[in-house]
Design a protein around this ligand. Structure first.
Ligand SMILES: Nc1ncnc2c1ncn2[C@@H]1O[C@H](COP(=O)(O)OP(=O)(O)OP(=O)(O)O)[C@@H](O)[C@H]1O
Length: 308
């Protein structure tokens, strides 16, 4: 499979001396939705800005569909649509003109039918003649997306697309992202909302302090993390686990006062019922119990904290 983007040993040190990216390697597959997670200041925007040719790398290479971003900038930029974090749209222009003009900037022939379908897809059709300055923040964000898609890019970057937008718009955006993916567009989004990554991404990358600390298929990640733990507080502490319980994934903690049972959430049966029956049969009395499920959020927090 061809990579939409190949980032090779990319490093960025700003003039201030701050190194925002440390030798990042990342292949983004054609047609995937990749969610980049990371705390504030992790380097996500720097990475996107370099790929889009807005910030110059200190060292390393980036190829966009095989073209080098530095030596073949015009080609790579025209393959990419970017929806930046900040909303900066020409305030006095109409929605229609703004989107049409944006397409022209890439040297593409006018295509009113395409602009019409974009505005309809983004629920902006009834606002096509409205001046941008009269639109709400959420609508301005939709205009930014229409602009980014106006030259029919193969790759779309969305930097925090749903920051500060209401639930309805967030769901609309997720649907739009799904439709774009179906049409073959590769999508990279940064987000602070782990729920968003869980909902729409094919793969999840975590950036922390300028390093890519994890990149994994979302389903694989969820499967690995899809463990649940049942914690059983015992009436009497145990020295060792009774032999009859060896088929369960059990561990004794708190000096034997607590029994922890790990089970797979994907399995057809949790085994909790039979474990409790077997404990009862072994004469082990339980004082209290609780369950805990690991989530993408847990791994994210532990990765980010572990690197502090
Ligand atoms: N033009 C610049 N000059 C100097 N330092 C910068 C510049 N732009 C960004 N930085 C610094 O580089 C680091 C990475 O910033 P970046 O904006 O890439 O992070 P981010 O992961 O996108 O964060 P956020 O989630 O807050 O948008 C930060 O410490 C930031 O202060």
């Amino acid at each position: 499979m061809q990579n939409a983007i190949s980032v090779q040993q990319l490093t960025k040190t700003y003039d201030s001396g701050l190194t925002a990216l440390h030798s990042v390697d990342l292949d983004i597959h054609d047609g995937e939705i990749l969610a980049l997670l990371g705390p504030n200041g992790a380097g996500k925007t720097t990475l996107i800005s370099i790929i889009c040719g807005l910030v110059r790398p200190t060292s390393g290479n980036v190829l966009v569909q095989g073209h080098d971003i530095q030596t073949d900038y015009k080609t790579t930029r025209s393959l990419i649509g970017l929806v930046p974090q900040e909303l900066h749209v020409e305030t006095f222009e109409s929605v229609w003109n703004t989107v049409t003009f944006s397409r022209g900037l890439f040297g593409k022939k006018p295509n009113p039918a395409l602009v019409e379908s974009l505005l309809k897809d983004l629920s902006l059709w009834d606002k096509k003649d409205a001046k941008i300055m009269t639109l709400s923040g959420g609508m301005k964000r939709r205009v930014m997306i229409a602009k980014a898609l106006s030259h029919e890019p193969k790759i779309l970057f969305l930097d925090e697309p749903t920051a500060g937008v209401d639930v309805e718009l967030r769901k609309d955006m997720w649907q739009l992202i799904g439709r774009l993916r179906q049409s073959g567009v590769t999508i990279i989004l940064t987000t602070h909302y782990i729920e968003e990554a869980e909902e729409i991404a094919d793969r999840v990358g975590v950036i922390n302090k300028g390093r890519l600390v994890l990149i994994e298929e979302k389903n694989e990640l969820m499967r690995k993390l899809g463990k649940k733990q049942l914690t059983l507080e015992l009436h009497q502490a145990l020295q060792t686990l009774p032999e009859g319980l060896s088929q369960y994934d059990l561990s004794l903690v708190d000096g034997g006062a607590t029994l922890v049972y790990s089970y797979d959430t994907q399995a057809a049966r949790s085994g909790i019922g039979s474990l409790l029956a077997d404990l009862n049969r072994s004469g082990i009395a339980v004082k209290d119990l609780s369950t805990k499920q690991s989530s993408l959020e847990d791994i994210f927090v532990s990765l980010v904290e572990g690197a502090r």
